[in-house]
Structure formats: C-alpha cells, structure tokens
Ligand binder design. Structure first.
Ligand SMILES: Nc1ncnc2c1ncn2[C@@H]1O[C@H](COP(=O)(O)OP(=O)(O)OP(=O)(O)O)[C@@H](O)[C@H]1O
Ligand SMILES: O=C(CO)[C@H](O)[C@H](O)COP(=O)(O)O
Length: 314
C-alpha cells in the first residue's frame, strides 16, 4: 500500500468535461478521501489583465507552471500547500487557501502535462478530448450560465484561443494513460447530452483491466454497443474501448464485472451493485439524467486510481 497521496490528472481544454468526470470519481473514492485542485488557480493574470495583454489563459506564459509543479511535488509527498485562488465568478484572485492533501488528489485543468516536472507528479494521467463542436456547445452553455459571458463573447474567445489550443493544449494528449472522448452518434448530431457514446483510448503506459473477456463473451463485434479494438493514437499503438449510450444493462454489467474482479472495492459503486449515482449529467431542461458511458468511464479511472495505491512508489 502506498503511504503517500495518489495523484490523478484530468487534463483537457476549457469545458472539455473535466469537472463532470471528476465528480463521479470523487464519489467512488469517497469525497472525504479526495482533494480536488483546479489548476486555473495558477493563472498569472486576472481576466482584465489577460484582455489588456492580449494573452489567453491557455498560454503557458499566462500560468505559474513552476509554482504548480512545486505544489504537485509537495502534495505527492503528503505536504500542505498554500494554493492561489482564481474566481471564475469575478475573474479576479481571492485570498490563498491552505490545502492538506487527502489520500487521493485529483488535479484538473488546462496544462497539467505541459512540463516534464508536472507530468512526473501524476500516478494516473487522463486527457479529455471531445469533438471541438461538442466542446464549443458545452462551453457556450456553461460560460453563459455560470461565468457571465454572452454567447457572442464565448464564440469570439474560442476563436481567439484556437492557436493556443492547437499549440499547447491538444499536444498534451500524447502523455495520457487514458484519452476520453464523449461523442454524439454520427446521425444524431443535435442529440442531447444523455445520448453520447464514449471512445476510450487505453495506452499501454499502465496495465488496463482485461477487457478482452468481453470479446470472449461474443458481443464485442462492430455492431455491438460495446467494442474493443486496436488502433494508433498520435502514431503509437493503443487499445480502444467504445461504449455506446444505448448499451444494455447486461453489457454494462459485463464490463463492471471485469473491473470488479480485479478491484472488488468498486462493487458498491456499480450499477450491478445497485448504485445509480454514477454517470449523472444535467439534461437540456436541467433535469438529472444518467449516462452509462460516463458512469463506466468514471469507474475505469477510479479503478486505476485505486490500483495505484497498491503500487509502492518510494
Ligand atoms: N460526459 C458528459 N456528458 C454530458 N455532458 C457533459 C459531459 N461532460 C461535460 N458535459 C457538459 O459540458 C459542460 C462543461 O463541462 P465541465 O464543467 O465538466 O468542463 P471543464 O472541463 O471542467 O471546464 P473548465 O475547465 O473550463 O472549468 C457541463 O456543464 C456539462 O453540461
Ligand atoms: O479556460 C478556462 C478554464 O476554465 C477559463 O476560461 C480560464 O480559466 C479563465 O477563466 P475565466 O474565463 O472565468 O476568466
């Protein structure tokens, strides 16, 4: 058993779904065992200064990546940090917070894998990569509802940010152990969020659960709602697991069994264990819905995070 905090990274562009994914993982690990850090707090400039300087929040120079790296190293050895605080409500900084790491630390943000020093602090690295059109839709909704922007401002901001997204954010995908892409079924582009499928790229940088068993159960063919295959991602060979939103309870159950066989701690959180809490999303009229692809993604990442506690790192 590891006697230091386990650090999980959830990296991706703005509104890629980091907070949504993190919520369920924290629930599986136990909210009382989890410290969540958002690296937006390490911005160097506030909203007004960024506008004056003509720099976007995605640019490495717009963030104290050196301090972030120091803090990650401290958290990894169980030491407290005095973390800056950036308020998305006001676009300004607030007094710093004293943070003592719990058993698990989830670090979510834009540039977590940009420097080698930061990357080395993570036990498990996840990158979120929804199609850009879906991310734009999510960002417009979230920023207009929660961050006091107009839709026109969000669209202009997305356009302004694109060169930095391309240069600094998207290349980080190559460092991830798991790349998560929620996507709409091709013929239902305007479908609501509850009908998204997920594509999980599983890099051989960490040992994944033995999903090949689902193929042995003979429902992993191209027509199935759960598919496992081989592919290349950024030039390197990877396994790819795809789960459609219309996967049946039986198919979901089989996947959960594969996870639970290796990690029985997950059982109480599975739908087969009677839990319907994971995979919660907000629908178009703010109703709460459940997505199997999201729930299984949260379980898989929790699997890896729990597994990291069994590996001794010192
Ligand atoms: N898996 C998902 N299924 C359905 N909707 C989702 C999913 N992930 C995200 N969303 C939608 O996208 C919006 C933005 O997601 P979220 O706040 O999780 O992004 P984020 O990456 O944490 O954003 P930021 O880094 O800018 O704070 C959510 O409010 C939600 O409506
Ligand atoms: O890309 C983002 C990640 O959340 C934000 O836009 C960035 O952190 C700046 O915040 P704000 O737009 O609230 O000033």
């Amino acid at each position: 058993m590891s006697n230091r905090p386990i650090i999980l990274g959830i990296v991706g562009d703005s509104a890629a779904g980091k907070t949504t994914l993190t919520r369920g993982i924290a629930q599986v690990l136990g909210d009382e065992n989890v410290t969540v850090i958002c690296t937006d707090d390490y911005h160097r400039y506030d909203r007004t200064q960024r506008a004056e300087l003509g720099i976007t929040a995605l640019h490495p120079d717009c963030n104290y990546l050196d301090i972030m790296q120091q803090h990650l190293s401290l958290l990894r050895t169980g030491q407290p940090i005095l973390k800056p605080v950036y308020s998305h409500k006001t676009g300004t900084f607030e007094p710093p917070q004293y943070i003592k790491p719990s058993k698990f630390v989830i670090v979510e943000g834009l540039l977590g894998y940009f420097t080698r020093g930061c990357r080395d602090s993570f036990d498990v690295k996840v990158y979120l990569a929804p199609p850009e059109s879906l991310r734009a839709k999510w960002k417009i909704k979230r920023d207009t509802m929660k961050r006091s922007y107009s839709p026109e401002q969000v669209l202009a901001e997305l356009e302004k940010r694109e060169p930095d997204s391309e240069s600094f954010i998207r290349p980080q995908r190559k460092w991830a152990d798991v790349v998560v892409s929620f996507y709409p079924p091709s013929d239902e582009i305007e479908e609501d969020n509850s009908h998204l499928n997920v594509r999980l790229v599983l890099r051989p940088t960490i040992p994944h659960p033995d999903f090949i068993k689902i193929l042995e159960l003979s429902d992993g063919g191209t027509e199935s709602a759960v598919r496992l295959g081989l592919d290349r991602d950024m030039g390197k060979p990877v396994d790819v697991l795809e789960i459609d939103s219309h996967a049946t309870a039986e198919q979901v159950s089989k996947l959960e069994k594969v996870l639970c066989q290796e990690m029985p701690d997950l059982f109480p959180h599975c739908s087969l264990g009677g839990n319907l809490e994971l995979g919660k999303i907000t629908g178009t009229t703010d109703e709460i819905l459940q997505s199997y692809p999201l729930a299984l993604t949260q379980l898989l990442i929790s699997f890896h995070t729990l597994k990291a506690t069994h590996v001794h790192h010192f």
